[in-house]
Ligand binder design. Structure first.
Ligand SMILES: [Fe+2]
Ligand SMILES: [Fe+2]
Length: 226
């Protein structure tokens, strides 16, 4: 995923660049055999997709409403939900086993189909509608930068805390004896990502300011999971 938001892009160019970046990550995943490397790339896929689906749902899809059949956008949102359920499973996986690979493969297939529909139906509709794609692109880029910063900060905080030998949350549910830091971190990050990601029943477009609130939720969960 292109992180650089300094160059202004119109909305469609930005979203297409995201699509190509995620496709590249799926390709990278397929070439790997080391479980740790696979989990690292899968994490990047999940992060990229969480941010991408969120900016589409918050900014791009609402802008399209009224310019395309409602069912097209509703279907796209349902496809996002399906993808996010798989993303949560991938994030929660304790290791890159056969089911892990299967989940990543199915996610890839779902995303390929979804991206095709966006690029052949939704994006052309946005162009036909005469939307201000430069302005939309700036809004998408700004929100994307905020979300990436917040998600990464949440993940690094959780992992640093879980890997610290003296990490002993006062409340119940912290790292258990015999549990490795990596596993604890992964569990925490998966839980946190689920919390900070758009929830299945959260289809109302969010607004500015959601980031810090989500961040607090994740940190709260890390101290008192469950
Ligand atoms: Fe999408
Ligand atoms: Fe998309």
């Amino acid at each position: 995923m292109a992180d650089d938001t300094a160059t202004p892009q119109d909305a469609i160019a930005l979203l297409k660049a995201d699509h190509r970046a995620v496709e590249g990550l799926f390709g990278e995943f397929e070439g790997l055999s080391d479980p740790t490397d696979k989990m690292g790339v899968a994490d990047r896929i999940c992060l990229a997709l969480r941010v991408h689906t969120q900016i589409e749902e918050e900014i791009f899809y609402p802008a399209l409403r009224g310019h395309i059949e409602e069912k097209e956008i509703d279907e796209a949102v349902v496809e996002h939900r399906s993808a996010k359920a798989l993303i949560s499973e991938i994030e929660a996986a304790g290791g890159a086993d056969a089911m892990f690979d299967a989940r990543v493969q199915v996610l890839k297939e779902q995303i390929e189909s979804h991206v095709k529909e966006e690029e052949t139906e939704l994006f052309p509709a946005a162009k036909r509608a005469g939307l201000d794609l430069k302005d939309l692109g700036a809004k998408l880029a700004e929100r994307k930068a905020t979300l990436l910063r917040d998600y990464r900060s949440d993940l690094s905080d959780l992992r640093a805390a879980a890997e610290h030998p003296s990490f002993r949350p006062e409340s119940a549910g912290g790292m258990q004896p015999g549990e490795t830091g990596g596993e604890a971190a992964r569990t925490a990050s998966a839980d946190g990502s689920k919390t900070s990601g758009l929830q299945p029943d959260q289809d109302t477009p969010g607004g500015a300011g959601a980031g810090p609130k989500e961040s607090d939720q994740v940190k709260g969960r890390s101290a008192a999971p469950g």
